[in-house]
Design a protein around this ligand. Structure first.
Ligand SMILES: Cc1ncc(C[n+]2csc(CCOP(=O)(O)OP(=O)(O)O)c2C)c(N)n1
Length: 891
């Protein structure tokens, strides 16, 4: 038999024997201390295992606080300071509530949340007053990830601190209007893109904060171990919801954090036992579930469940009936208790057994009503945070139990619907004021007046003094002024610029360029190569030896291939982040590196090289968040292209990543064909990001198909960067073939076929980026409409020379070349790889998707000859194409 929390509750067949064992343990504890007790328990456990008892620690402890009252440190400044901080928290709660309710009174559609911050306010206050250290001259600052829908509370604090004015609060969730009237709009959730001086980390999409925080802590270690940052004992804090822990990303990297012994990482999980629709684990205990998960993954777990007023109750609980009752009470019931008053709790909770009834009898209904959960007791919170901040060798999670909608009374506290509550009636507002003893008149409450104590009040003096002691105000995002000088193009890519027909895939070219950059004596150390267990796939194994694989422990074993020159070298100062099979983890590392210019004031240049199908499609939301965070770096979609990857089939062949990339405004994407194009693109990207500090990042596709690489022709660099250039101008061309990436050579071959069989002259253009052309086209046409500009879109300018039909093709779905249709005045036909990929040779795949030289040629003939079916049928025969085959997207 076991209880809701998994603690074994077997029937005791020999109570006296049990007592003896417990007595023995007790005296060990008294005489030898906890260390000795732990040792003996471990030995007992090992012996039990050996003797076949088949017992395993459930990894659950009873439903009480981990830290015992006698272990608690004093609250800094004593009870006076605690009382002041409690008043500050009340003010934060009110102002946050007032901001949301005001916004929704005026514009019912704006939304916002009250209940989340109401439950988390004390957890945040203790962090702000005692733990979250800002960046100042001496110290680089802690890193804090804020729960997104607690944003109103963070704005409320910034208002009291002076960073936001009352007028700013009036523009909560009205960023466009705010801009119009010259004010700071407040974004719904933490969005560095929208509030670049305030928010650092976009956490609005659940799960991204937790995984990013873990990799941030790991990247901090990486920077320290590589001598790029001083070890200052900085911490990464993440405050998240218990519902958010459902997300696979939230839990995905727990074991990495303990494996890497990230004692610089602290999660505070606000266990208000509710999420959006209802309870998190109505029939169980989310705290126990998370305790098992985190402890099992090797974390230090601190349960912070009950406030100080419970201490006396537990002291009276000689027979453990109270603890048993708590162990038994599932979350759905705890929520019901939260939503009801003292009398109800006396009857339904304390009324359960004679022992609990007796404990309940020592309290009035009002006292029962006021019994606080641990996450609302600043002294307990301080103890937990202190324990976490001083714990060594493991990351810590604090499981803090709170009530959702704390203080919202009948309008929201513990109510199922509280998450969505954004309007409160007058009665509830007055009750809230009374509950938190806010010095507001009835009229001020009705008007939702913001409350800011006088500058010389104890609250304001305390608040400012605490932040001054902790280095300044938070959150703050730093623009990151530092720049890096990028090596000259010839220095890193001479081999590509003067390839002279040498065979090489674009992946090989990229890796060679990367290797050269890494060798640069100045710049090289700031480059961060990242892979998710695919370095060998991309021919990067040579980098293992060259720069080493980062490992916080160095290399504790002799690698099997030690004799080879490319051996698998792990090192504490290794440069490659070899993440294993976790694209979500690898992109989180990339994001940490790509924002180091801001978070640490140390610009880094990450290259994350991955299977292109497992990028935007699989971890698109993490990339979107990186974009929000103003990441700067390179994402390299390797083995890209639906027909270029060959045998790998449906789930590997990417024909859409460039289309998704195009939807991210600050993502600059390219699909280069030649090594020299790649060299020019990467070089320009580095300059834009590292030298000019532009908030853009690059997505570049590369392939593993060997190509004869020409040298860089004169005068094409601008075209490469803007999106297209002509390979071989033919003024008399009857057709123009636009192609990108690996399909460019198909277009070249198509031109040859057209010439050879039908003397049709075709001009070939390399399109390095349909997306850049499309963006330029949209902007140019808009400027024509709005400003009367006479500048044509770049692609229009380039193709202006004739009316010959244009055939555009890539290894991606048609919507990629379709994106420039509006800017091509000649007849325009697109080909692409719409449909599911399958395993076969490149030749067969390109026939299947109708993008090979023959299909390009045939399509051109259709445009050149018009409706002449007889000639077209002959041409199809000559080309050997099956015009009756089904459309690739339908099979
Ligand atoms: C990926 C994702 N899915 C859904 C949501 C919508 N959402 C916002 S808050 C929330 C509930 C969060 O509950 P919890 O983490 O327990 O936080 P609480 O508000 O209870 O503190 C949901 C589902 C989201 N923001 N992100």
């Amino acid at each position: 038999m076991s209880s809701a929390n998994g603690i074994a509750r077997d029937i005791d067949i020999d109570a006296q024997e049990t007592q003896e064992w417990l007595q023995a343990l007790h005296s060990v504890l008294a005489e030898g201390g906890p260390e000795r007790a732990r040792f003996l328990l471990s030995r007992l456990s090992a012996a039990a295992q050996q003797w076949g008892v088949n017992w395993r620690d459930a990894r659950n402890t009873p439903y009480v606080n981990t830290i015992r009252p006698e272990q608690e440190p004093p609250f800094p400044g004593g009870s006076d300071a605690q009382a002041i901080e409690e008043r500050i928290a009340s003010i934060m709660r009110w102002n946050a509530l007032a901001m949301v309710v005001r916004a929704n009174r005026a514009y019912g559609e704006l939304g916002g949340h009250i209940a989340s911050f109401a439950s988390a306010a004390d957890l945040f206050e203790v962090g702000f007053n005692h733990f979250f250290r800002a960046r100042d001259e001496q110290f680089a600052g802690d890193v804090v990830y804020f729960q997104p829908h607690s944003a109103p509370g963070i704005y409320a604090r910034a208002f009291l601190e002076g960073a936001l004015s009352e007028d700013d609060l009036a523009y909560y969730r009205r960023e466009i209007e705010a801009k119009r009237v010259g004010r700071q709009g407040l974004s719904s959730y933490p969005h560095p893109w929208l509030m670049p001086k305030f928010w650092q980390f976009p956490t609005g999409s659940m799960g991204i904060g937790p995984i990013n925080a873990i990799y941030q802590a790991r990247f901090l270690r990486y920077m320290e171990h590589r001598g790029l940052l001083q070890d200052q004992g900085r911490k990464v804090w993440g405050v998240f919801g218990d519902g958010e822990m459902d997300e696979p990303e939230s839990l995905a990297a727990l074991s990495l954090a303990s494996r890497e012994k990230l004692d610089n990482l602290i999660f505070v999980v606000n266990c208000n036992l509710q999420r959006l629709d209802g309870p998190v684990r109505g029939n169980g205990h989310i705290v126990d579930e998370l305790e098992t998960l985190f402890a099992g993954a090797g974390w230090n777990v601190v349960k912070l469940l009950w406030g100080s007023d419970w201490d006396a109750l537990f002291a009276r609980d000689q027979d453990g009936e109270l603890v048993d009752a708590l162990n038994r009470t599932v979350d759905g019931q705890l929520q019901t208790f939260a939503a009801n008053d003292g009398a109800f709790n006396r009857q339904h909770f304390f009324g359960q057994t004679p022992g609990t009834r007796a404990i309940g009898a020592t309290l009035t209904d009002e006292e029962i009503n006021r019994l606080r959960r641990g996450g609302h007791d600043m002294k307990k919170i301080f103890s937990a945070y202190q324990a976490a901040a001083t714990h060594r060798g493991q990351p810590t999670v604090i499981l803090a139990q709170t009530k959702k909608g704390y203080g919202m009374g009948a309008a929201g506290e513990g109510k199922m619907t509280t998450h969505q509550q954004k309007k409160l009636d007058e009665e509830s507002l007055l009750q809230f004021r009374d509950r938190f003893k806010l010095p507001l008149s009835d009229q001020q409450c009705r008007d939702l007046a913001f409350y800011k104590p006088a500058a010389d009040s104890a609250e304001m003096k305390h608040l400012h003094a605490r932040r001054a002691a902790l280095g300044g105000y938070l959150p703050r995002r730093h623009a990151g002024q530092a720049r890096r000088i990028v090596p000259a193009l010839e220095a890193h890519s001479k081999f590509a610029l003067e390839a002279d027909g040498k065979e090489m895939s674009s992946t090989m070219a990229l890796v060679r360029q990367l290797g050269n950059l890494l060798k640069d004596p100045e710049f090289g150390r700031y480059v961060v190569p990242i892979v998710a267990d695919e370095a060998r796939t991309f021919g990067m194994a040579n980098l293992f030896r060259q720069v080493g694989i980062y490992s916080s422990q160095g290399q504790l074993y002799e690698p099997e291939d030690i004799g080879s020159i490319l051996y698998y070298r792990e090192a504490k100062d290794g440069q490659i982040l070899e993440e294993g099979i976790t694209e979500a983890g690898a992109i989180s590392s990339w994001t940490a590196a790509a924002t180091a210019y801001s978070v640490h004031g140390t610009p880094m240049l990450p290259f994350y090289i991955y299977y292109s199908m497992f990028g935007f499609q699989r971890i698109g939301d993490l990339i979107w968040a990186a974009a929000d965070q103003r990441a700067r770096g390179f994402l390299i979609g390797a083995t890209s292209g639906r027909t270029t990857l060959g045998g790998e089939g449906l789930q590997h062949q990417d024909g859409n990543s460039l289309v998704t990339a195009a939807s991210i405004p600050n993502c600059i994407s390219y699909d280069p064909a030649y090594a020299y194009e790649l060299a020019v693109i990467v070089d320009d990207g580095m300059r834009r990001m590292m030298e000019r500090g532009e908030d853009v990042f690059y997505y570049v596709t590369v392939t593993n198909e060997n190509e004869a690489q020409p040298s860089l022709p004169a005068g094409v660099q601008e075209g490469i960067l803007r999106g297209l250039y002509c390979l071989d101008a033919k003024p008399q061309a009857q057709a123009r073939l636009l192609a990108s990436g690996p399909i460019l050579k198909e277009a070249v071959a198509a031109a040859a076929l057209l010439q050879q069989h039908w003397q049709v002259e075709a001009e070939v253009w390399s399109v390095t980026s349909f997306t850049e052309l499309a963006r330029d086209g949209v902007a140019a046409q808009r400027a024509q409409r709005l400003e009367g500009s006479d500048v044509l879109p770049y692609v229009t300018q380039q193709l202006q020379g004739g009316s010959a039909p244009v055939i555009a093709v890539s290894d991606y779905i048609r919507s990629l070349p379709e994106s420039i249709r509006a800017f091509v005045s000649a007849p325009y036909v697109t080909l692409g790889t719409d449909g599911f990929g399958r395993s076969d040779t490149r030749v067969n795949l390109r026939d299947f998707f109708e993008i090979d030289a023959r299909w390009i040629g045939y399509t051109a003939l259709c445009e050149v000859w018009g409706e002449d079916r007889t000639r077209l049928a002959d041409a199809a025969r000559t080309l050997g194409i099956d015009t009756t085959k089904p459309l690739s997207s339908t099979v």
